[in-house]
Design a protein around this ligand. Sequence first.
Ligand code: FE2
Length: 361
Amino acid sequence: MENPLKLKRIHHVEFWVGNARQSAYFYRQGFGFSQVAYSGLETGQRQRASYALSQGKANFILTTPMTPDDLAADHIRKHGDGVRDIALEVEDADQAFAEAVRRGAQAAEEPHDVRDEHGAIRRAAVHTYGDTIHSLISYKDYEGPFLPGFVAAPLAGDDCGILRVDHIVGNVELGKMQYWADYYTRVFGFHRYITFDDKDISTEYSALMSIVMSDDSHSVKFPINEPAAARNKSQIQEYIEAYGGAGAQHIALQCKDVLYTVRKLQRNGLDFLRVPDAYYDALPSRVGPVEESLAELRSLGILVDRDEEGYLLQIFSKPVEDRPTVFFEVIQRKGSRGFGKGNFKALFESIEMEQARRGNL
Ligand code: FE2
């Protein structure tokens, strides 16, 4: 197994947002995350306010700048709310950082201790696509509520059955997909897991290409998308223009019972993409027998795909900001380790209808 940075898992995803207090409320009330910890003025942090949320093994931080000269303020002005940091836990942040830089990664933060009365972690960061970074975090003796600098601030959410982050997709500029796929191979030792070209992912109007990069244990998967030429504007190009460059497109959250999770998320008011009803008429002949009721899949708008290993159930939210940028996927895997290739066409036609409504097709 090749794991040059001794990567263990996705530690958390940090969003830089215009109003972290309200975003935290959205992820608690909408997605069922529980608030775990807080850092801000009351804890002596005058630069930024941060809320740490978790559900299952998925951890999010919502951070907002307290002053206009903070780096996060520039990020929000340029990108709107978005993913700043896909933070990775590693065995040894010093070793991981040195190895990443030796392998060609651009340094974002030199290794340093972050400490409070609960102990210390070691932290560094490297750049990836756009203004996105990968923090590299290793634990020394920290035993506090989340990370040093945070105080416990528990606020229970109504758990929606989300287990973990399944994958995080990056959208990059035309012609840059191969570069970033190579970056994950060169720096992280990832391998190419699946490639989708414009023949797999095209409709009458628009197209995209995608390479899924994965670590050897398949616990961290980062698909990279780029726009492809077609009659109309690719959804990836729409994202790049709205986000002001490359960035994280969607976070897939794995759950144990997709019917339960999606029922709750819809009751919480989250908006999901819908495919035409004809999709469900064709479903039995396309994927064969599944354990879930077809009527319920249809009423919730859940998509199904099957490959040699089994099947998966998935659904996609609409963008969770006003700019058509970051959205979420909810996925349950029943054997399949794929990404729902059989759903691409129906799904992208549905995305295009939304793009057309936004005047961006
Ligand atoms: Fe996905």
